[in-house]
Design a protein around this ligand. Structure first.
Ligand code: ZN
Length: 267
């Protein structure tokens, strides 16, 4: 195989792998950020569950305070009732007592409702905390994976860069300039030619060019996409209609007359 062609095939593999790895390394921080965003949702769920519980407790304390207030009022009304002069005054005080008792009862109902809600809220908090724990472990694992992958990618990139530095000076300037130009424009610079076609842009090549390509001894470029051709004989389908001579078997050798048994001379 032509030495430039051989090296350019290798160089293209190296360059494409460098591109892939560079893109992967660049994409990893974004992936980590996306994973951490998921974690933020779980943190928010835990925070809002805690806030709901706090609000519930505050409401309960407020109601308990109100109950105490009404209980003190009732004590005061009962004390006053012993010193009233008229029935009307007495009834008015008893009315106040009844009113306070109704309030106390309403507050107690609300407290009971809050306690039922609190159970659900505490359950929600536990669920959210458990989910956050699972997700945190998952995120840490993913982050460790991402870090490991980055390290591996960077190591590979260093190796590939070194290989690239070795390959490039070994290619002639003209071939390398053509390779670089096509690579810049098309992200790939070599193409297999198969069945008389460019396998990158699928344009046919002329029969004479095809014959030259098949030798792999020249730098031949696609007239359409500019990629440098190589030929892989293992990819060529067997030509069914090819007039390949069947190996004519040698006609069965005419059976040699077997040596006649020597007849012993009659005694
Ligand atoms: Zn082409």
């Amino acid at each position: 195989m032509n030495s430039d062609l051989e090296k350019l095939i290798e160089l293209e593999k190296v360059d494409r792998e460098i591109t892939r790895l560079t893109e992967e390394v660049a994409a990893l921080p974004k992936r980590v950020a996306a994973i951490e965003e998921q974690l933020a949702d779980h943190k928010t769920a835990v925070e809002s569950a805690k806030t709901a519980i706090k609000a519930n407790e505050a409401s309960r304390r407020k109601l308990e305070g109100e109950i105490q207030g009404y209980q003190q009022k009732i004590i005061k009304y009962r004390e006053q009732s012993s010193s009233v002069k008229t029935n009307d005054e007495y009834r008015a005080l008893m009315h106040e007592v009844e009113f306070s008792e109704q309030h106390i009862s309403a507050c107690e109902d609300k407290i009971l409702e809050l306690m039922i809600t609190l159970e659900a809220e505490e359950k929600a908090l536990k669920t959210a905390e458990a989910a956050l724990k699972v997700e945190t472990a998952e995120v840490e694992k993913e982050k460790a994976n991402a870090r490991l992958r980055t390290t591996e990618d960077e190591k590979l990139l260093a190796e590939l860069s070194e290989k690239r530095q070795q390959l490039r000076p070994a290619v002639s300037d003209t071939s390398l300039a053509h390779y670089d130009r096509v690579m810049r424009q098309r992200k790939s610079a070599v193409a297999e030619a198969r069945s008389q076609k460019c396998m990158a842009c699928f344009v046919m090549v002329r029969p004479q060019t095809w014959e030259e390509i098949r030798t792999n001894e020249h730098i031949i470029t696609c007239s359409s996409c500019g990629r440098i051709f190589y030929y892989d004989p293992t990819h060529e389908p067997p030509l069914e209609a090819s007039p390949v001579k069947k190996k004519s078997k040698a006609p069965p050798a005419a059976s040699q007359p077997e040596a006649e048994p020597e007849t012993a001379p009659a005694p």
